[in-house]
Design a protein around this ligand. Structure first.
Ligand SMILES: CC(C)(COP(=O)(O)OP(=O)(O)OC[C@H]1O[C@@H](n2cnc3c(N)ncnc32)[C@H](O)[C@@H]1OP(=O)(O)O)[C@@H](O)C(=O)NCCC(=O)NCCS
Length: 163
């Protein structure tokens, strides 16, 4: 498996993973009416709009099977030197093989290289698999919670880690 920075031409490959991993992860956790509004095309547009900047991809046999996106943290209550992991998704068939670890480490190293001292992320409070992975990776719940509406309300929790 190769881990590399994404290129603008990866938008469709990342969009494919984003769409399918969302269905695999959130079916049963997020309202199905919301999930029905998603598509590969819609996911691809998200990454086209940023030319796939600040994303690492995991590639196996020439195909993108996972990605991790990072940025400066959005939350106003976090310091300027806090970065954010805004999405890490691996196709189910390729999970538990080390891709998540390598992608997360690559994104955190890049944030550190760019001067960030901490990293934050938001996770759905019922996404136990991801929470366990983040806790195993040294992230801790910092007490911040928020509600968002995905047809019906969902609750997210914020986790942070020192870099
Ligand atoms: C969460 C996710 C990114 C983990 O990626 P992965 O490729 O399955 O994980 P890896 O095989 O790289 O495992 C990395 C490490 O975490 C550990 N780990 C992985 N999943 C774990 C879990 N559910 N509980 C505890 N530890 C876990 C592994 O044992 C491994 O430990 P090590 O590095 O000490 O050997 C992946 O399962 C995924 O894409 N899930 C669906 C999407 C999702 O929920 N994303 C988060 C949205 S906020």
């Amino acid at each position: 498996m190769i881990i590399r920075k994404a290129l603008p031409q990866d938008a469709q490959g990342i969009g494919y993973v984003h769409y399918h991993a969302w269905l695999e992860t959130y079916t049963g956790l997020i309202d199905s009416e919301y999930l029905k509004t998603l598509s590969v095309q819609r996911s691809t547009k998200i990454f086209e709009s940023t030319a796939c900047r600040d994303v690492f991809v995991a590639v196996e046999d020439g195909k993108i099977v996972g990605f991790c996106g990072y940025c400066k943290a959005h939350d106003e209550d976090l310091p300027d030197d806090c970065g954010e992991i805004h999405g890490i998704y691996i196709l189910k068939a390729h999970q538990k093989g080390g891709a998540g670890r390598k992608l997360l480490d690559s994104a955190l190293s890049e944030l550190k290289l760019n001067g960030f001292k901490n990293a934050a992320l938001w996770v759905l409070d019922t996404n136990k698999n991801a929470i366990d992975f983040y806790e195993h990776s040294g992230f801790v719940f910092d007490g911040a919670e928020k509600e968002e509406i995905f047809v019906t309300p969902i609750k997210e929790k914020r986790y942070v880690k020192k870099l």
